[in-house]
Design a protein around this ligand. Structure first.
Ligand code: 6PG
Length: 241
């Protein structure tokens, strides 16, 4: 049975996810282990970044937290479209967070070069016993079309790629993206979906209740091989569950 946690609002979701993250960070700190986290883009995580900045900077040992991205838009980090850029401007520019712990995707590179570079980078940083890289926590959103990370329904083949990262193209804007592939996401120890908004409710119902056609959506294929999966939802997104 999926671990589904529903909150009245996106803010309440973010407040509770902050406590979830704090507990995870503390458990890693007890063992003096690094916590490698892959962030997502989108609007929901930004609420969480603001909360961490406001209330958690002195509660977490940031020296052990290493930030990566599950997907990135191929734009300059200065762009407001940049997932790294937004996280940096809201949270990661804090003096408590060591710059060497930030492992961004270079949106300013050519997408073909960057998927190679980032694949090698995460393999070397996270590789254990030659298995696919295993993040300690992958944060994901879901688009109203059922995409997650930057794997879109029309490019489902990318989910099952043998590569660690792939290049994708946003179906509406044509924007080039780098995304982790399914094998990396599903090899994570913990995966947290942060999903808000009534416009996600239909797809979420279809995916959670395995209704007709659910397998068409990349978000339906997030099934950690051995890790934990938690859905953090606001009431609007969960209204049909
Ligand atoms: C991105 C995200 C994307 C996002 C979803 C949900 O780079 O756009 O990684 O997968 O998580 O589109 O976005 P919201 O949180 O804004 O609903």
């Amino acid at each position: 049975m999926a671990d589904i946690r529903v909150y009245a609002s996106a803010l309440e979701l973010a407040n509770n996810f902050s406590e979830y993250f704090l507990e995870l960070a503390k458990s890693y700190e007890k063992e003096n282990k690094k916590l490698h986290i892959a962030l997502s883009g989108g609007s929901t995580p930004k609420i969480w970044f603001e909360i961490l900045k406001d209330r958690y900077l002195n509660k977490i040992n940031w020296k052990l937290i290493h930030f990566y991205w599950g997907d990135e838009r191929m734009v300059s980090p200065d762009s407001e479209e940049s997932n790294y850029g937004e996280a940096y401007r809201i949270l990661l520019n804090s003096s408590e967070i060591p710059p060497e712990n930030i492992h961004r995707i270079f949106g300013e590179n050519s997408v073909d070069d960057e998927i190679e570079r980032y694949s090698d980078y995460i393999f070397n940083k996270l590789n254990k016993n030659n298995n696919p890289p295993s993040f300690d926590l992958v944060i994901l959103g879901m688009g109203e079309d059922g995409h997650t990370a930057s794997i879109f329904p029309y490019e489902m083949n990318l989910f099952n790629s043998v590569r660690l990262c792939e290049a994708s193209i946003h179906p509406l804007t044509g924007q080039k993206r780098v995304t982790l592939t399914g094998q990396v996401i599903n090899n994570a120890k913990n995966v947290a979906f942060l999903i808000t908004g009534e416009n996600k409710s239909e797809k979420l119902d279809c995916i959670i209740n395995k209704k007709e056609g659910y397998k068409l959506y990349p978000a339906a294929h997030i099934k950690p091989v051995a890790g934990n999966l938690v859905y953090f939802l606001d009431a609007a997104a969960a209204k049909l569950l």
